[in-house]
Structures are given as structure tokens and as C-alpha cells.
Design a protein around this ligand. Sequence first.
Ligand SMILES: [Zn+2]
Length: 158
Amino acid sequence: MLTEREQFLEWLMQNELPETAVRTVITGDACGCIAGGRDSITPSEQWHRLNPTEDACDGTGLTSPVSTDTNIKGVCLPVGVSQATIPFADEIKTEIGKIQKDDHIWWGTVNTADGSYIDLSTMEELRDYITYDSIKYIVMVVKEVAGIGQVAYLQRKE
Ligand SMILES: [Zn+2]
């Protein structure tokens, strides 16, 4: 028998209502600006100024970046003006500070190539993103929801 999550993934795969999007994950070698025993993983512009001959990472913390795209499906809703319908609204507000009108809520997620579950909680705010409706979004917060998997809070990337 299928679990609730498997049933939800199957529903995402088979229906027209869920939205399609592309998840982009960037991997590469750790740049010197985040390596070298610094306790922060935040890329350091100062390190690059002090080491001008090293490869530039353009603020991503990675050199020789490789980008991997995965086609996904989920249910995507704009947060709109009413925050009453946002799941975990208070927690999300605490974590990201301010909710913006063009933020989106994403439920899912299924890999459309093979129907497998995609975990969005490992996406890195600095470089990974979801392209939905030709707009790039950063995954700001991910919450586990019993039965269906995850709900993710998306904010427009720049
Ligand atoms: Zn760097």
C-alpha cells in the first residue's frame, strides 16, 4: 500500500493542476574564501582582495561550479496580500523577517523524470534556486508537513 506521501507524489505526477518548475543546484570546489579554517561558510570579499591571484567565486563560495537542473512538480501559490493562508506564517515571518507580496508557497516536491521525492531542505540560499514561470526563486524556509512531504517558502532571487 502506498504511503500518504507516495500518494501525493503520484497525484502531483498525474494531474495538471500542479505547476512545473526547474530546481537548479550548484556544486563545485570550496573556494579559498570559505575554506582555510574560517568558521563561517559565508564567502569573504576581503579574502579575495587579499588573494587577488586566486579564482573568483563571485560570492558563491565555489570555484569550477557545475549546475544541475531537475524538472520538478509541486503546488505553487503566491502568498498574495492575505497572510492568513500561509502555513507556518508566524514561524516563517520570524525566520525571514518580512513577507513580500510576490513570495510563493511551494508544496511537494516530485522529480518528474522518475516520480521520486525531492528534498528541498538541502538547497543552499546563496546559490541554488527554483525557476518557476521564468522567475528565479530562492528557497528561504522549508517545513515538514505530515503526509505530503514539505512546504517551502520561496522568495524572488534579486
Ligand atoms: Zn570565494
